[in-house]
Design a binder for this molecule. Structure first.
Ligand SMILES: [Ca+2]
Ligand SMILES: [Ca+2]
Ligand SMILES: [Ca+2]
Ligand SMILES: [Ca+2]
Length: 217
């Protein structure tokens, strides 16, 4: 009887964990970027992302389409048109890149962030000059999940707003697509942050190693 109860609790916990699903962290305006970014980091149990692509060290005018040597474990492409590194708000529908450069994109074209070479646990980015962008994630088990669309603000000046994704207990993420269908035909993306969370087994081994060293002293 006791064994049955233990098994029942085990399966209930397992099922509840399986239902948690992908988490999203969507800043509703520029003023909420910082707290939304922090909430995303803490949900992922990380202090900073493994990789951050801010485009600052890439020459202005660089064509990013399907370029697999520019970034570690990230390939960017659009279904129509081509993403370029740009530094002027005239390529971002009147909005500004973060710092001096960002990737300039076309609305009504599906933008892909492809991590299939090495699937990731978390992705964050700032969308520029866009309202209500459709966000879809593709997982390693071939499932496809539509996430809530981005914020409904930002069409000029400093409008880069944070959108964070954490896979939680779902399979790792191979690709994220973004489709901005509202606006003035231009938008952009900046500070693309992504990576894998260190395996707990590694942490346990590290802790065991540290304890061993302390004991030896
Ligand atoms: Ca930038
Ligand atoms: Ca605009
Ligand atoms: Ca726009
Ligand atoms: Ca926005």
């Amino acid at each position: 009887m006791k064994l049955l109860m233990v098994l029942a609790v085990f399966f209930t916990v397992t099922i509840n964990m399986a239902l948690a699903g992908i988490s999203t962290f969507i800043s509703q305006d520029v003023a909420h970027n910082s707290e939304t970014f922090s909430a995303w980091l803490s949900a992922c149990s990380i202090s900073s992302p493994e990789y951050i692509v801010d485009f600052e060290n890439i020459p202005d005018g660089t064509n990013l389409q399907n370029n697999n040597s520019l970034f570690q474990n990230l390939v960017i492409y659009q279904s129509s048109g081509v993403p370029y590194v740009r530094s002027s708000s005239s390529y971002f529908g009147g909005s500004n890149p973060i710092d001096s450069k960002a990737a300039a994109l076309l609305e009504d074209s599906i933008m892909s962030l492809d991590f299939s070479a090495n699937p990731v646990d978390y992705i964050g980015f700032y969308d520029i000059d866009v309202k209500g962008c459709a966000v879809t994630v593709y997982l390693t088990d071939n499932s496809v999940i539509n996430l809530p669309s981005d914020d409904a603000t930002g069409t000029s000046d400093n409008t880069a707003e944070f959108y964070g994704i954490f896979r939680n207990d779902m399979p790792r993420i191979t690709k994220v697509t973004l489709n901005a269908v509202y606006g003035d035909s231009e938008w952009g993306i900046d500070n693309i942050s992504y990576g894998a969370i260190p395996e707990p087994a590694t942490c346990v081994m590290l802790a065991a190693g540290v304890l061993y060293l302390i004991r030896r002293k």
